[in-house]
Ligand binder design. Structure first.
Ligand SMILES: C[S@@+](CC[C@H](N)C(=O)[O-])C[C@H]1O[C@@H](n2cnc3c(N)ncnc32)[C@H](O)[C@@H]1O
Length: 267
């Protein structure tokens, strides 16, 4: 029952999760995703663009490289500060705003394009977040999303977390955003197109990957906190086994294929 879900508590928990570690470090693997999404939505110069859950600004910056007028929103101030530094380093103009994807601090009909790469999918109240994307979009506008799929490596990684740290009841998994039937309930009447893609995460080794995510990636840090010292060895073993199982490198290094979909929505 959705009305049994305490969304305020989930939002607070999500903010604490993404504030842990430093997603700006992990985000250095993602600019290729942002560039592809800007191409997929056929972004044009001087469009007004909102990047929801921008993190350290990957997608906002990709849009600004195309001379769009860009706002990036996130609920972790430290990540927004990194976004500001990155935009300044490239001589790009991006406005960064602190806020929540479920309550966007913008009037109706503010943007031509609303983007989100592996961002809005993590909002606990999916219907509310989808409604906000549509509300701030101008008539005739486009929504572009990059979303992890359940049958890919990241879907499997989240299932590994869930096996060790069960989520509160009633919560829809974030990867549900990748399904066409689910999208038609989130965006009734919209025209939806999807394309499946693969991000290759290339690292020195499985051990390096494990240490890197435990140090920098909020969801991994929080999963290890939740299981405590007693549960940590089993969680670590499961995560490493999963990385070995999916490793495409054929040598001692790591090549992890992370499948996702780019989605174009015309409400
Ligand atoms: C996986 S990161 C992706 C960041 C960025 N879009 C990128 O591609 O590099 C997820 C981001 O979503 C943000 N986020 C998650 N839920 C949010 C919410 N409800 N409102 C605002 N930001 C949110 C987190 O703070 C984090 O920066």
């Amino acid at each position: 029952m959705t009305d049994a879900v305490d969304y305020a508590a989930l939002r607070a928990r999500a903010r604490a999760t993404w504030s842990a570690g430093d997603f700006a470090v992990v985000g250095t693997m993602l600019p290729i995703v942002s560039e592809n999404l800007c191409e997929y939505v056929d972004l044009r110069a001087e469009e007004d663009v909102l990047d929801v859950a921008t993190g350290s600004g990957n997608t906002a910056i990709a849009a600004a490289r195309r001379f769009a007028r860009v706002t990036g929103l996130d609920f972790v101030p430290a990540l927004l500060e990194r976004g500001r530094q990155r935009a300044t380093a490239e001589g790009l103009d991006v406005t960064y705003v602190e806020g929540d994807a479920e309550e966007l601090p913008f009037p109706d009909d503010s943007f031509d394009v609303v983007l989100s790469t592996f961002g809005v999918m993590f909002a606990p109240d999916q219907a509310k977040a989808a409604g906000e994307l549509v509300r701030v979009l101008r008539p005739g506008g486009r929504i572009g999303l990059s979303v992890w799929v359940p049958d890919g490596v990241v879907g499997e990684m989240f299932r590994t977390f869930v096996k060790h740290v069960p989520p509160p009841p009633g919560v829809t998994p974030p990867v549900a955003w990748s399904g066409e039937a689910h999208l038609s309930t989130l965006f009734p009447g919209a025209k939806v197109e999807l394309i499946r893609r693969r991000l290759r995460v290339v690292m020195p080794s499985v051990d390096f990957w494990s240490d890197y995510f435990r140090q920098h990636f909020g969801p991994t840090i929080k999963a290890f906190e939740a299981v405590g010292p007693q549960g940590a060895p089993a969680l670590e073993a499961d995560l490493k086994a999963f990385a070995h199982r999916n490793n495409l490198s054929g040598d001692g290094t790591l090549v992890l294929p992370q499948d996702y979909v780019d989605i174009l929505i015309r409400p």
